[in-house]
Design a protein around this ligand. Structure first.
Ligand code: ARG
Length: 658
């Protein structure tokens, strides 16, 4: 544990007392830079009239160690001041020979503070080593000052992956899977109770169409051999027979519209025959609970869940609940529907029940609640699903991770309709986390694949990358296991370092390289660090000399300063409206880069080499020989903790070779 007592005792080694007035927003037991901020605010408020809280708020995190460890925004400290004058004033009063803070220097309106590394290490090391796997996060209840301990954990429901049982697990589902898993991990490490839900697209007319297809093209043997592949194939066949009918129905609608006839009627005529009619009848059977239809539905649902669960578990991902469109109860749907009807929110339109969205806060749009033939819609199911979830989990927040283009309008409708039926409270708790659904995955993996094929492709590329890199291949050994483990990291990091607004490239060659910040490279430096640490036993009693050595080695000092920023990076991510993982990856990549410099004695060459992605043997060979004193070993252990915490936060199991 790391509590006030531990913090005070490390401050005492510097003859410093704990900060006297600690800001509400300071997490002094979570974030070591908040300790420094608080101490600095104490000093500043002593000779500026703005009071300790304003002083604290004027101190920022520069986001880049080359701009210092902290920076005071002078106009915030004394509004309307001339920076040069205030700087001179502060400088004349600033304590001489403060153990942590040398005299700050002026840069524009900023006063930049570079901490005394020698002293700061005495605070930072015990901080990181004691908090261990909780370093950087907020998991210990009651630690965060801003929430009282008895408030309990907040509850998050995260819905992600949610593939459809009549389609491949598409690129957009893979993205949702990886992003959603990160969101779950992330909130969990920030002290939330998290429930992970997979909302399968396991209901609707497409399932009925598949059943119609099965009757024509289904083959038990082919199914046994490769179930998902066969089902997809059957679906493809029936769908190609069906599509011309869909086109005909559209044409009929358009023609009716032109000639002023009833569009619904025109479509109904076409849809009353052929595969349309078969499909609709089958769906009706399914909704009425017909035994044969239900047995078929259950069979394909089960096999999909089985294959997906296997796939997810290889990625280190699990769900608390597999639910889906089929699981929404008829009663809840009726409840929603009746509410909508009672309040005159939905109205009949050619036999269907619809909501005209221009009456409910949107510019335009029609949302269909129930189809002309009486079938429930995706929207009605979802409305009921949201209500059921809120009853079951009484969550504080629900994040639904799903593709933008595909679902954006749907969720906008859903949220506005919930508000219209006096469930604004619930609507406000729902966040649609969107991402760009364009994906090149199908180009690589082909059509009609089982989810496993996604991993196999990456694994093949990873094996080739290892084969082509003698040093990595030897270092990792165990080619099969290494290719497997590293490929999972490749896939996850590749996704998590792509901004959600960018398309999904699924470039298996790029994701499996050892360039700075890729999954394999992060794993490599973690494993490398473990290998260095294994040869030394942890003598953590550091002498004054040890601290001095570190402070004088520029790359070691920078590494140490970087480690202090981890909680800042996490906090910034947490405070953003929709937490993204790419800043965490950039940060971890920065740590490995600095680590590489520290491990090698010839740092400048290596820094350049790594930038070009060709960091190679020479520096590393030296690193093996370089002997590291106890100061370095402690620094490396702290680095290992940060890398491990970061990797786990991303959902990656750190890989240390034997
Ligand atoms: N199955 C949908 C798809 O493939 C995603 C489900 C999104 N979640 C929801 N509650 N509608 O795009």
């Amino acid at each position: 544990t790391f509590g006030i007592a531990e913090l005070e005792s490390s401050l005492a080694t510097l003859h410093l007392a704990a900060p006297s007035s600690v800001s509400e927003s300071a997490d002094t037991l979570i974030n070591p830079l908040d300790v420094c901020r608080s101490l600095l605010a104490d000093i500043l408020s002593g000779f500026v009239e703005s009071g300790p809280e304003a002083a604290y708020k004027s101190i920022q995190w520069p986001n880049n160690i080359y701009n210092g460890d902290l920076s005071v925004v002078l106009p915030k400290l004394r509004p309307g001041c001339k920076a040069v004058e205030l700087a001179a004033d502060i400088a004349s009063k600033f304590p001489q020979n403060h153990p942590l803070f040398p005299l700050p220097f002026l840069d524009g309106v900023h006063f930049r503070i570079f901490l005394e590394v020698d002293a700061f290490a005495r605070i930072l090391f015990p901080f990181i080593l004691n908090r261990g796997r909780d370093y950087g996060t907020d998991v210990t209840p009651g630690l965060r000052k801003t929430s009282s301990p008895d408030e309990g954990h907040k509850k998050l429901v995260v819905e992600f992956s949610s593939p459809n049982t009549t389609n491949e697990l598409h690129g957009r589902h893979l993205r949702s899977t990886i992003i959603g898993a990160f969101i779950g991990n992330f909130y969990e490490s920030m002290g939330w109770d998290v429930t992970r839900i997979n909302y399968l697209g396991d209901w609707g007319k497409n399932i009925a169409l598949l059943k119609v297809g099965w009757e024509r093209f289904g083959n038990e043997e082919a199914y046994q051999a490769s179930p998902i592949e066969h089902l997809l194939n059957v679906y493809e066949q029936i769908n190609s027979l069906f599509q011309p009918e869909v086109a005909a129905s559209r044409r009929a609608r358009d023609e009716a519209a032109k000639t002023g006839q009833d569009e619904g009627q025109a479509q109904a005529e076409i849809e009353g025959q052929g595969i349309y009619a078969e499909r609709n009848a089958t769906f009706k059977k399914l909704e009425d609970g017909d035994e044969e239809a239900v047995t078929f539905w259950k069979r394909i649902r089960d096999i999909n869940i089985e294959k997906c669960t296997d796939f997810y578990s290889q990625l280190g991902i699990r769900f608390d609940e597999y639910t889906g469109e089929s699981q929404v109860s008829t009663e809840t749907m009726l409840e929603v529907e009746n509410l909508l009807k009672d309040k005159n929110i939905c109205e009949e339109s050619s036999g269907a029940w619809v909501v005209h969205m221009q009456n409910y806060g949107l510019k335009a749009g029609t949302a269909i609640i129930r189809n002309r033939d009486g079938a429930t819609t995706y929207l009605l199911r979802d409305l009921a699903a949201m209500i059921e979830r809120s009853r079951k989990y009484s969550f504080d927040k629900m994040i639904i991770v799903t593709a933008n283009d595909h679902n954006a309008l749907h969720f906008t409708h859903l949220i506005h309709i919930l508000a219209a039926i006096d469930m604004k409270d619930l609507a406000d708790k729902i966040q649609h986390m969107k991402f760009n659904e364009t994906s090149n995955m199908a180009d690589t993996v082909g059509k009609g694949y089982e989810p496993q094929a996604i991993i196999s492709h990456v694994e093949t590329a990873m094996a080739a990358a290892l084969e082509a890199d003698e040093e990595k291949k030897t270092f990792f050994g165990n080619p099969n296991k290494s290719a497997k483990t590293l490929s999972i990291a490749s896939l996850l990091v590749h996704e998590l370092s792509t901004r959600t607004t960018s398309a999904h490239s699924f470039d298996t060659t790029a994701m499996t390289t050892f360039k700075l910040g890729t999954g394999p490279d992060l794993q490599y430096w973690y494993a490398k660090l473990c290998a260095v640490l294994k040869t030394r036993d942890g003598d953590t009693q550091l002498s004054d000399e040890d601290y001095k050595f570190l402070a004088e080695d520029e790359s070691a000092a920078n590494l140490l300063r970087l480690l202090a920023q981890y909680p800042e990076v996490i906090r910034a991510t947490y405070n953003s409206i929709s937490p993204q993982s790419d800043d965490i990856i950039k940060y971890l990549a920065g740590v490995t880069e600095q680590l590489a410099d520290t491990l090698s004695s010839d740092e400048d060459d290596d820094a350049e080499g790594r930038e070009q992605g060709e960091f190679e043997a020479e520096g590393e060979a030296e690193a093996e020989e370089k002997t590291f004193g106890p100061g370095y070993i402690t620094l490396f252990e702290a680095t290992r903790i940060v890398l491990e915490n970061g990797l786990k936060m991303l959902g990656i199991t750190p890989y240390a070779t034997e």
